[in-house]
Each structure stands twice: as C-alpha cells, then as structure tokens.
Design a protein around this ligand. Sequence first.
Ligand code: ATP
Length: 327
Amino acid sequence: MNKIAVLTSGGDAPGMNAAVRAVVRYGISRGLKVFGIERGYEGLLEGKLSEYDARRVSDTVHRGGTILKTARSARFATAEGVKDAYEVLTAFGIEGLVVIGGDGSFRGMQDLQHYFVSRGETFACAGIPGTIDNDLGYTDFSLGFDTAVNTVLSALSNIRDTMTSHDRVCIVEVMGRKCGDIALYSALGGGAETILVPEVPLDIEAVVTRIRRNKIKGKNSDIIVLAEGVTDAETLKTLLKDRLGNEQSLRTIKLGYIQRGGAPSSFDRLFASRCAVRAVDILLNNGVGSVIGIKNNEIINLPIDEGLAIKKSFNKELYDIASAISG
Ligand code: ATP
C-alpha cells in the first residue's frame, strides 16, 4: 500500500481534527502518502484531494470542527455516485480510505467497498466514529460526545445560577437525535432534576408532580434536561403550562450548535489519536472494511456490517442513578 486518503463526513464533531492529524502523521511515519479529501463524499466526487504533509496538520489537535470541512452528499448516496467516487479514487491511485463520521458515512463507505469488490478489486477502508450523538451501538463512545457533554455541563452551571436567582424552572433542550446519551450524561453530571430521553416514554404528569413536590420542599427552580429526540422545548413548555398555569415560571433554552463546536476534551483527543492509529494499521493490513470504536477503554474494530448491525443500547444503570439522586 502506498497511498491512502482521509475524509470527514456528516455533522462535525470535536476531535475530528485530532483524528485527521494522527492519520496523516502516523500514515507518513509508516511510509504512506496521505491525501486529505475536502468536504466529505461531495469533495471526493469533485476530486478535492491533495497530499498532506505533517506540517499541514500542525496546530490542529486542539481545534473543534474539521479542517477538512464536511458535507452531506445526496449524490454520493446513489449507485452512480459510488461509481463516480470509485473513478476518482482509482485516478488518484488511492488504495485505502479512512472515513470519520457517523452511521450514514459508514454506510457510504460500505457501498464504496462493495463496489470495488463487485469489480473483483479490493479496497481497504476503516471508519472512525465521529459524532456528538453517541448513537452507534458497537462502541461505548463516539468522537465528540465527551466534549459535547462537557459543553452542556458548563451551560447548565450558568443556567442554574439564573434559574435559582429567579425561582424559575428551565427546560434545556440538548442534541442527540434519537439517542438520549447527551441528555443522560449531562443531566446526571449537572444535577438536573428531570431527564427526558427518547428511550423512556414521556410521562408529563410525573414531571408536573416532581415540580410541585420540589416546590413544597422549598425548591423553586428545577432544571429539566430534554433530549431533542423526545420533543422540542417549546412543546414541552406548552404541555407543562397547560397543567401548571401560573403556579410556576417556566423558561426554555435550546443549546443548539454550541454543543457541536469547541476545543475537544482530553478524552476525545486521546480517543481520536488511538482510533487513527488503529485505522492506518487496518489499511496497512488490507483490512476489508472495518469500523473502529472503544469498549471498556480498549480500542476495538469490527467488520462494517457487524458493527452497524449492533443496536444502540440505553444505559439504564446511569438513568436509574440519575433518577434516584435527583430532586
Ligand atoms: P451524523 O451522525 O453527524 O449525522 P452521519 O455520518 O450519520 O453523521 P449522514 O448525513 O447520515 O451523517 O451521512 C453523511 C453522508 O454519508 C451522506 O451525505 C451521504 O453522502 C452518505 N450516506 C448516508 N447514508 C448513506 C447510505 N445509506 N448509503 C450510502 N451513503 C450514505
């Protein structure tokens, strides 16, 4: 193997740069030429590949976002798009690809590899999980999740000051798509009174009861951490207002994109570097389509099909702990 390439795809996540940097530098140290592809699969289709040397990734390990930029490409997700991507990769002589992204990006990588195989050719590829949502079942964590939780924790501390001063209940809506992990981890770490996640059916009466019960106990300001996969903050506010009337002052905050940006945490930087080294090693061994992750602090890799078939499980233990000690 002589030439490999790396791209970032889907939503950006803190730690993507640390992963790109490590792929480039470790790849070079193993005698490879490493190409960066700009704007994910869309950039691949446009031939936006260029060789990266070690200096080109200097001063990036601590930066959020992705220096390679990212995109969502409808064109790539078609049979024609995959064929065109194959043409570009072969024209550049790329023999292996590292994809940093979420499950959609991995499915794209899988399609690409199947296309090579259908032509009787091999193509090594490896996926590094890069998404703040932590919604991939085969890995304990994905890159950017830890940083996003820390960002939410910091916001909760600030929000708490104001809500306590004004005796208000605040609904804080956080990201995660259909996965409640950002809400769960940040609510537990931030001492929120209520956690609402898509994995547990919404019981609005229980939320109302908790607010009233806390008020009787002399606590006039609650924080409700709401995962976006349940509903949006304004809808929840309406549901509560219908029941509480003027009994309690309610506010909503949607944290939005501030959760996606920012300097990666130490965990995400180390995790990124470890995944990148595993990815390059897989390519060097002509690994046929693997996804990389972390289980019990060990870096693991699985065949793409196997990894993507594993359903995300909900951390009931953390949820029970949070429920038991909140209030
Ligand atoms: P995030 O979790 O941040 O959304 P993601 O990788 O899941 O990341 P997607 O937008 O789902 O983000 O996918 C990124 C790109 O991967 C898409 O724009 C598309 O080009 C490609 N892709 C997604 N799903 C598929 C699929 N089923 N088959 C082929 N390619 C796909």
